[in-house]
Design a protein around this ligand. Structure first.
Ligand code: T46
Length: 321
């Protein structure tokens, strides 16, 4: 397509770009030496930089930036507002051999608002969650939860972006908090309780009593232990369940997100309890070796009480009166 034809359809193409697709949205700019193959779909207001190759099966949403030296396609979808830094490598075949490519490619999806730093490598078939931030040079080998920050090789979650602050990181509750009334408030109505500790020459004893530090009657307990440090648990909210978390050995981080703000709490003492009411999106990660997390729950296990999809969780919050 010529530059004049491009202008007629409402987008800009540099005279040195090679455009073979008719599916390009208005106000998108495609710069020199970019090659867009027939069938590629590019939305509105995108910026496709010099020396990019957009293959025929590529699906690119609106307001997407693709910096130089990136190949988009082979099962790849970039949703709205995605940023792809220079030299990012989207791989499409786990066992590549010359002239023996796979017949079909696994679907790789970068969800809306996610950013990928320069020189990162993304393995085929992964989903990078909404607003996630992939650090420069990271190697992403598996799915990335929404809002997670991933760095290193293999890519590991180092934290979460605080969606209430543009590009910011979630506030981390200081390691040794002390308060007068022994209760601190965290997002979503969750509270951090400093539990009684009775110490003598025999050691320590800590406890919680219903209606004092334990804000509900427990119907169940469960334990989480032996978690490899790279793994994360949770990534869901409960519709009605109250929970009280105590890390009785070692430490782990709990990220709480209430749809607007997020905060990370470090559970590092057996006399520190975290009450999490319903409808708080919660993740546990950064487990130390030998960490044991005890959870008291207000009800028996009910699979239907879980909301495991972040978009569904946000929609449920929005539909609340
Ligand atoms: C939570 C965080 C902190 C049961 O059968 N009974 C139970 O009481 C529990 C808690 C789990 N399960 C089964 C359900 C799954 O098949 O155990 C399996 C693993 O559970 P899940 O993937 O939910 O594990 P986590 O660590 O992601 O979440 C758990 C709790 O389920 C959840 O309520 O808030 O710990």
């Amino acid at each position: 397509m010529s530059t004049a034809q491009a202008a007629a359809t409402g987008y800009f193409a540099h005279p040195e770009a090679l455009i073979e697709s008719a599916e390009i949205g208005p106000r998108t700019r495609i710069w020199a030496f970019a090659h867009v193959l027939p069938g590629a779909r590019i939305g509105a207001d995108c910026n496709i930089c010099d020396h990019t190759l957009i293959l025929g099966d590529a699906v690119i949403g609106d307001r997407v930036t693709v910096k130089s030296f990136v190949v988009v396609g082979d099962g790849l979808t970039l949703e709205d507002d995605v940023f792809v830094g220079p030299n990012v490598g989207f791989t499409s075949d786990l066992y590549p051999r010359s002239r023996r490519g796979p017949k079909t490619f696994p679907n790789t999806t970068v969800r809306h608002g996610a950013s990928i730093g320069a020189n990162a490598s993304i393995l085929p078939g992964v989903t990078i969650g909404a607003q996630a931030m992939i650090g420069a040079g990271a190697v992403v080998t598996r799915d990335v939860p929404a809002q997670a920050i991933v760095v290193g090789n293999p890519g590991t979650i180092s934290g979460y972006v605080d969606s209430s602050k543009e590009g910011g990181k979630a506030r981390v509750r200081p390691l040794e908090f002390r308060t007068g009334d022994a209760i601190e408030h965290v997002p979503g109505g969750a509270t951090l309780h400093e539990l009684p500790r009775i110490s003598d020459h025999r050691g320590h004893l800590s406890f919680a009593e219903v209606s004092q530090s334990l804000p509900f009657a427990a119907a169940r307990y469960y334990l989480i232990f032996g978690v490899p440090s790279r793994e994360l648990r949770g990534e869901h909210a409960h519709r009605t369940l109250h929970q009280f978390l105590v890390c009785v050995h070692g430490n782990c981080s709990v990220r709480l997100f209430d749809g607007e703000s997020s905060e990370e709490v470090l559970l590092n003492r057996p006399d520190l309890g975290l009450h999490v009411p319903p409808m708080v999106w919660m993740t546990q990660y950064k487990f130390s070796a030998e960490a044991v997390l005890v959870v008291l729950a207000s009800d028996v296990y009910k699979a239907a009480d879980y909301i495991r999809d972040l978009d569904e969780y946000l929609a449920s919050l929005a539909s609340k009166p």
